[in-house]
Design a protein around this ligand. Sequence first.
Ligand code: 13P
Length: 251
Amino acid sequence: MRKKVIAGNWKMNKTVEEGLALATEVANITKDEVPSDVQVVICVPYIALAPVSKVLNSRVALGAQNVHQKESGAYTGEISATMLASVGVSYVIIGHSERREYFGETNAQLAEKVNIAMAQGLTPLFCCGETLQQREQGIHIDFVNSQLTESLFHLSAEDIKKVVIAYEPIWAIGTGVTASDEQAQEMHAKIRSHLASKYGAAVADEISILYGGSMKPDNAKGLLACKDIDGGLIGGASLKARDFISIAKSY
Ligand code: 13P
């Protein structure tokens, strides 16, 4: 059985004080209302990680939104995987389209980030997804497959099973336009078959693939009912505890 994961990506939102209030609310409601087979994760800004780790319970895992690819050293302003692990982080978003676009992160760099995160026992939430133009040109499947090949396919079968993949079509992020259930399911199935082509169907069947891009309480049920969709990576709607948890309860 694949792990079901509902992860919130707060992006660059919330002061530490506001983040503590939101994390406390998420932890309390999750404990009382979310079925125990759903793993809830919140990916908070770096500055909030240590304080938020103190208010979470065992039902909510702590995630970061990025990690540097080197172990330590002269990289002013950066945060290492060791530092993340030291404050109780267990998940880390790698390769979000905003980091690829605004910070020029490449597939090769992301492969290094995956490696260093896994060496510290962190679970990569590895993001992939195409632009609207690529979809219109009909090259979206090949594009997403190449993102996976170049950043993940060096991993062993044992290691790839520990990665959580998030398909986030760029045209659906923060736009209010969600992929239809059919569009999302189609891409998730393609991703799984690409994984199967390298690692075999049994391994591909164990890998959780989340959908991200304007997932909200009112469209989550349909998306999460799709055969190859194993959860969500949620931006805007994760900033309100009730909305976020209502997505987690949509299974
Ligand atoms: P929205 O849910 O705000 O569209 O953001 C999705 C996302 O980028 C999550 O990482």
